[in-house]
Design a protein around this ligand. Structure first.
Ligand code: 26Q
Length: 821
């Protein structure tokens, strides 16, 4: 018997990175791995063969990186997230491995281009929006900075749904992205772990008469890891994204087996396999769904066990130095059950006492908050916890009891405060407040933009801040300049590199050196030519996916993001209707012709958001078929907005819409991608907009709207009817909406939208910012007509985007939270 096959790299020649070697491998994969005959290679097969060729080269570096980390034993960070919105991998890998030239050559032998081949790949859409894409940008930065950070997530069989638009309505279609398999994942069955559910706790004493607990009579599920390589930018480092898939254990439903119901027992495997079947498509919490809690615990438990197993393999069961050598970054509260799970594993499996386990847990956990909406804070019913995760509920109660003792010491006799701060919300339906568990159990709590962190400290988490001011910190988001400038905007990248060199790709602060070129007329012309060409690419996308003709001489005004009331796509629509009204009335003085594009998905159960999509489509239909509007205004709704569409959209944008109600958008990250690509922003003082405006200078940013503190103050006396009546433009816009002008054959369908604008309780205060927004848009139109000045501002925006690289963000996490460098 062979007990172990020794795999060694020592004598194996590294795979060639030159044109000839790449072409040989590509041909070999086409003819041998895939078994294609000559002349019978479709783009699909070429994609497969190229992906295999690239993956081989990734795997080489991946193993070398693993060996290096193993030898150096650095402190390790686990980034735990329910979402990783990776998008396509091939073009990213080709770029980061510096294989573009050889790959182009190799493909040319088949008469085809790299652009054609990369189109074949489906997006890995394992996320909803900002939070999931942030996790993906962070992984790119960690690998590019050569930091030992592993991503832990879920291998959803179905990612974010595909959005179709039928008669103007959103229709959701399943995203079966793994149907044809994935070239990037490597299954690692030897690292499978067990995750427990149901059952109950039991207490026992060991030989030394110490009391312990164990969780018994459980129904277990297997977690099987699938590893995805994360290449750094031209630095030989390949980090890991480990995605867990659920699988049934063989003893599943043993009783059924014994009772002779073999088929029923095997069929019941389904229950276990359901856990990782589908991503929940809500970008604000949808409370109470049991399957979601199962997913969260499954991720937390599997990931922590994985880290602990590796530790024990290297150090035995001595955890004295575990705390200094590990860090767990929790991407929002979604994986925050990890706090209780790490306590459980250390106490029940490794027999540490409470104090030892708590010291480790509270020094390794760190929590990032991504929301200011109180209704989006996660809560789980105590009843559900008790049934599904009884042992974890015990531990949460104990954490809470000890924590409330601390509160009582700090504020003696203040019962009301204890209730407010309690991890358990009392009442008829007691709930576990996951954010409070995360704060109590972590050494770091961060917001994702300066304003957001200030508002957390001053509001939502104020009393925790009073208790532990040292835990709270800000880490303003960022995006990776590799994907969001170097890859998605080759035209601009070449121009930038020509004048300042290519160091900006590794160090985006270098991009500031562009600024003086804004004074160079010849450079401005070239800058505009690049933008023009990118707009042509976008014209094609809009034509293909929306059937609407955009014109690249017009101003491209873009809002793409999840559809949510607080993001105020509705305010954008009001402006569109206002422009329509002006043209129809012949009031076109000073008007700048525009193409407005809106895209984004609505959560399937979010009726108002879906109605807003329908409204955008109906307004677009009326405008686009009216010949009078043709020279002035064209409007389109882009179906199925995703990472891959943004790669075409942001390079071709003139104006980026960041118009959320102040104090509601934690940060925004689309705003940064647009800025990097030379778009100007029209926006409120919300999230990272504030820092963007500071970086580029107020004269290069179109600001409007109430500030966060003013929004609060204005609520008391908010009277939209009066605002509308006082504003002739606004009145005409409302008149068009209320007369059914955009829904002549669909009476009443927009009543709820109209009513929300007129409601004194409109939480998003759309009417309050109407006038400011319209005026700011007119300022945009005027500015755009001064081509030289606009181009200057565009260059300034790109030049000021250095701070918004996720490399900067990750350096900040690394120094201030993770203690890596
Ligand atoms: C929770 C429970 C049950 C089901 C779904 C969810 C859920 C899923 C996703 C809740 C929230 C999300 C996503 C939130 C999100 O994307 N937030 C955004 O995070 C960005 C990165 O920090 C910020 O830039 C955005 O401002 C913020 O809205």
């Amino acid at each position: 018997m062979i007990d172990r096959i020794k795999v060694s790299n020592a004598q194996v020649e590294p795979l060639g990175m030159d044109e000839q070697k790449v072409a040989e491998d590509l041909n070999r994969h086409v003819s041998l791995t895939l078994g294609r005959d000559e002349g019978n290679e479709s783009h699909g097969y070429l994609f497969d063969a190229l992906a295999l060729t690239v993956q081989d080269r990734l795997i080489e570096r991946w193993r070398a990186t693993r060996d290096r980390y193993r030898a150096e034993r650095p402190k390790r960070v686990s980034y735990i997230s329910m979402e990783f919105l990776m998008g396509r991998a091939l073009s990213n890998a080709v770029n980061n491995l510096d294989l573009e030239q050889p790959v182009r050559q190799a493909l040319s032998n088949y008469g085809c281009t790299l652009e054609e081949v990369v189109q074949e790949e489906l997006d890995a859409g394992l996320g909803n929006g900002g939070l999931g894409r942030l996790a993906a940008c962070f992984l790119d930065s960690c690998a590019s900075l050569q930091l030992p950070v592993t991503g832990y997530g879920i291998r959803y069989e179905y990612g974010m749904f595909n959005q179709k638009i039928v008669d103007g309505h959103q229709v959701e279609c399943p995203d079966n992205w793994l149907r044809d398999g994935s070239h990037w994942e490597v299954e690692s069955p030897e690292n499978t772990v067990r995750v427990k559910f149901f059952g109950h706790s039991e207490y026992y004493r060991d030989q030394a008469n110490r009391q312990h607990s164990r969780w018994i009579d459980t129904q277990d599920v297997l977690a099987v890891p699938y590893d995805v390589p994360v290449p750094g930018y031209r630095n030989e480092t390949v980090n890991t994204l480990r995605l867990w898939k659920s699988a049934a254990t063989d003893e599943f439903n043993l009783e059924d087996f014994n009772a002779g119901s073999y088929t029923e027992a095997v069929a019941a495997k389904n229950l276990a396999e359901q856990i990782t079947m589908v991503l929940y498509p809500n970008d604000a919490s949808e409370n109470g769904k049991e399957l979601r809690l199962r997913q969260q615990y499954f991720l937390a438990s599997a990931s922590l066990q994985d880290v602990l197993h590796r530790w024990v393999k290297n150090h035995g069961e001595d955890f004295s130095e575990f705390g200094e050598n590990n860090c767990f970054q929790l991407n929002d509260t979604h994986p925050s059950i990890a706090v209780a799970e790490l306590m459980r594993l250390l106490m029940d499996d490794y027999l540490l006492n409470w104090e030892q386990a708590w010291k480790i847990t509270s020094s390794t956990m760190a929590y990032t908050n991504h929301t200011l909406l109180p209704e989006a804070l996660e809560r789980w019913s105590v009843g559900l916890f008790k049934e599904l995760l009884p042992r974890l509920l015990d531990i949460i109660y104990e954490i809470n009891a000890r924590f409330l003792t601390l509160v009582a010491e700090r504020w003696p006799g203040d019962r009301a405060r204890q209730q407010r701060l309690s991890i358990i919300e009392e009442g008829d339906h007691p709930q576990v407040r996951m954010a409070y568990l995360a704060i109590v159990g972590s050494h770091s709590v961060n917001g994702v933009a300066a304003l957001h962190t200030q508002l957390l400290i001053g509001g939502l988490f104020h009393e925790f801040y009073q208790l532990w001011p040292e835990k709270f910190n800000n880490k303003t988001n960022g995006v990776t300049p590799r994907r969001w400038l170097a890859q998605s905007n080759p035209g601009l990248s070449e121009l930038v590199t020509e004048v300042i060199g290519k160091e900006w790709i590794r160090d985006l602060d270098e991009i500031a050196r562009l600024r003086p070129f804004a004074d160079d007329e010849a450079f401005r012309i070239r800058w505009r030519d690049v933008k023009q060409a990118n707009k042509e690419r976008l014209v094609e996308l809009v034509e293909r996916d929306c059937g609407v003709q955009f014109h690249s001489d017009m101003l491209f005004d873009i809002q793409v993001k999840r559809i949510h009331e607080y993001k105020r796509q509705l305010l954008n629509v009001l402006h569109i209707i206002h422009l329509y009204d002006r043209v129809v009335r012949g009031d076109v003085k000073g008007m700048q012709p525009r193409c407005v594009l809106i895209g984004g998905k609505a959560a399937p159960g979010y009726v108002m958001a879906k109605t807003i999509i329908k409204l955008i489509n109906n307004v677009a239909a009326v405008i686009n078929k009216d010949r009078r509007l043709q020279p002035w205004l064209r409007v389109a709704f882009l179906p199925n907005y995703r990472v891959t569409s943004m790669e075409v959209i942001c390079p071709g944008t003139d104006l980026s819409e960041q118009i959320s109600t102040a104090g509601k958008e934690a940060s925004g990250t689309g705003n940064m991608k647009f800025m990097m690509n030379g778009a100007l922003t029209i926006g409120t003082l919300d999230g990272a907009n504030i820092e963007i405006r500071e970086a580029v200078g107020p004269e290069n940013f179109f600001l409007f709207g109430l500030e966060a503190h003013e929004v609060q103050a204005a609520r008391q006396s908010y009277n939209p009817d009066a605002i509308i009546a006082d504003d002739a433009d606004f009145s005409r816009v409302m008149q068009l909406l209320e007369s059914g002008h955009f829904n002549l054959f669909e009476p009443g369908i927009f009543d709820s939208v109209v009513a929300s604008i007129r409601s004194c309780d409109d939480a998003w205060m759309t009417a309050a910012d109407f006038r400011g927004y319209i005026n700011a848009q007119q300022a945009v139109s005027t500015a755009y007509q001064d081509t030289q000045a606009w181009t200057r501002m565009s260059i300034y925006n790109t030049a000021a985007s250095g701070r918004f690289s996720s490399d900067r963000t990750i350096r900040d996490y690394s120094k201030e939270i993770w203690g890596l460098c």
